[in-house]
Design a protein around this ligand. Structure first.
Ligand SMILES: [Fe+2]
Ligand SMILES: [Fe+2]
Length: 163
């Protein structure tokens, strides 16, 4: 079985910012899975953890800005994932990591979180944008762009912190 995970078009949500981060996330997952030894695996896992945390924080902020109705459940799934990833870092530190198990865990994030929870969030954001444009009567309402662009800058972080 291949160690790395493969990219699928079904991972695309249609939200440009989310998709760009998911692609970067995907590459970091494979950097971790392909790491040849304990030291490089440890570095890759820490990079993956920190990028995952950043990505989740930005999605959480987007949900707050758009008053996403199921934000609490989505954020809970983010935080559960981060707790698991901290366990991964501990296992690497103690040299007890089961790579096959973690490959399955990370693949599941792409197969289920992105293609379910994130896809629904992206669709909601698109529908909110369309509704806002029709209300404002502009093709590209500048206030919406200002609202959703750079939302990470003001993100209030409630996720598990760095090690
Ligand atoms: Fe998400
Ligand atoms: Fe995501």
């Amino acid at each position: 079985m291949s160690v790395r995970i493969d990219w699928k078009e079904s991972y695309r949500t249609g939200n440009a910012q989310m998709d760009a981060q998911h692609l970067q996330w995907f590459n970091q997952v494979n950097d971790f899975l392909k790491a040849p030894d304990r030291d490089s695996r440890s570095i890759a896992a820490k990079n993956l953890y920190h990028f995952t945390r950043l990505h989740f924080r930005e999605e959480d902020q987007l949900m707050q800005l758009t008053l996403y109705p199921v934000a609490r459940e989505h954020t809970r799934r983010h935080n559960d994932t981060l707790v698991h990833m901290r366990l991964l870092l501990e296992q690497i530190a103690h040299d007890t990591v089961d790579m096959e198990k973690w490959r399955a865990f990370l693949l599941d994030l792409f197969l289920h979180h992105i293609t379910d929870a994130d896809l629904k969030l992206a669709a909601f954001v698109t529908s909110q944008k369309k509704a806002a444009k029709s209300r404002v009567g502009e093709m590209d309402a500048p206030w919406w762009t200002a609202l959703t662009k750079g939302y990470a800058d003001t993100a209030r972080d409630t996720s598990p912190g760095p090690l």
